[in-house]
Design a protein around this ligand. Structure first.
Ligand SMILES: [Zn+2]
Length: 194
């Protein structure tokens, strides 16, 4: 597969480089692709891509429905992020055992460095916390709304019962309830008293 070429330029001719970039990066070995930072970033990008691809496939298989419901969309973000967080954590724990550092083997020997997925895991945990907070806020608001509606209904039925006891006629009761509804709607206790 031939993707876009290296974004570097020849220092001699100034022309665009004709080489393939290293996997997960935009530059070839001669244009920074062999430096540890570029290699690390490429490794991270590839790991993230393959993880998100697997999660995307699983999510689509599980639920093909497209939703425009904001709360449902938010819950899907939480779900995706939670899956990614678990996937990274599992990969790290499978590779590391009790060691925080992973051993990298090269031609020159071996050295230890932080697991390449560690950064991804931390980022995903932050994302998961953010999405969860948003969902929680949205969910809590909805719950509060339900409590308020339940309270209004309770009030109305209590009022209805006391009007019954006071022997108020159906017509009078209708007028009183209408006034109540108007006040509840505007949030003004004096509304309808014109
Ligand atoms: Zn190049």
């Amino acid at each position: 597969m031939n993707g876009p070429l290296c974004t570097g330029h020849s220092s001699r001719t100034g022309l665009p480089c004709q080489k393939q970039p290293i996997k997960g990066s935009t530059v070839c070995r001669n244009h920074g692709g062999s430096t540890p930072q570029v290699k690390r970033a490429a490794e991270k990008r590839l790991a993230q891509q393959s993880t998100m691809q697997a999660i995307g496939k699983a999510l689509i298989a599980e639920n093909t429905e497209v939703t425009a419901d904001p709360l449902q969309s938010l819950m899907r973000m939480v779900q995706t992020s939670a899956w990614a967080e678990r996937a990274y954590a599992q990969k790290i724990s499978a590779d590391l055992g009790d060691d925080v550092l992973t051993t990298i083997y090269t031609e020159g020997g071996s050295y230890k460095k932080a697991h390449p997925y560690l950064e991804l895991w931390n980022e995903e945990r932050d994302r998961l916390a953010k999405f969860s907070k948003l969902a929680l806020d949205a969910g809590v608001a909805e719950k509060q709304l339900k409590v308020e509606i339940a309270q209004i209904e309770l009030m109305a039925s209590a009022l209805d019962a006391s009007l019954d006891e006071a022997g108020i006629s159906a017509e009078q009761r209708f007028t009183i309830l209408q006034g109540m509804a108007k006040r509840l709607k505007t949030g003004d206790s004096r509304a309808g008293a014109e």
